[in-house]
Ligand binder design. Structure first.
Ligand code: FES
Length: 152
């Protein structure tokens, strides 16, 4: 049965009328055309679909639209302030912290969530906080360097 679900998406109040069990990942991609949030495994393992919900990094493939009612959702499209990139986005660009780029939105959103929780993480904290976000290209060291730079 469909329900009306209201939430904040990238700073705007939005509402959808959908089955509450529908996964947030697909609502973002197909309903709102926010295709920066990527589909990787679809099972909560790879991190490609990470968004912020109430400032915490959350896997949108493992979150139902019903669960975000009344919450604040930020996707990669909502991170920059106008032309000004978020410091984590800028650090990824400065450190060439990507190769194919498919994992990048999820990496950045996970890193922003990590820095929200721990504003001054050690390298070890960053490694631990990012270890469940997978990159098949092997850009991990540059990703860690970027996050370390963004934190300082
Ligand atoms: Fe959500 Fe892999 S697509 S964790």
């Amino acid at each position: 049965m469909k329900a009306k679900i209201e939430f904040t998406l990238n700073g705007k109040n939005v509402s959808v009328e959908l089955e509450e069990s529908k996964k947030l990942l697909w609502v973002l991609r197909t309903h709102f055309n926010l295709t920066g949030t990527k589909y990787g495994c679809g099972e909560g393992y790879c991190g490609a679909c990470t968004v912020l919900i109430n400032n915490s990094a959350t896997r949108s493939c493992a979150t139902t639209i019903g669960e975000v009612a009344g919450k604040n959702v930020i996707t990669i499209e909502g991170l920059a302030q106008g032309e000004k990139l978020h410091p984590v986005q800028q650090a990824f660009a400065d450190h060439d912290a990507l190769q194919c780029g498919y994992c990048t939105p999820g990496m950045i959103m996970n890193a922003v969530g990590l820095l929200n929780d721990q504003p001054n993480p050690s390298r070890e904290d960053i490694i631990l906080g990012m270890e469940d976000n997978l990159c098949r290209c092997g850009a991990h060291n540059r990703i860690l360097d970027a996050i370390e730079a963004a934190a300082n």
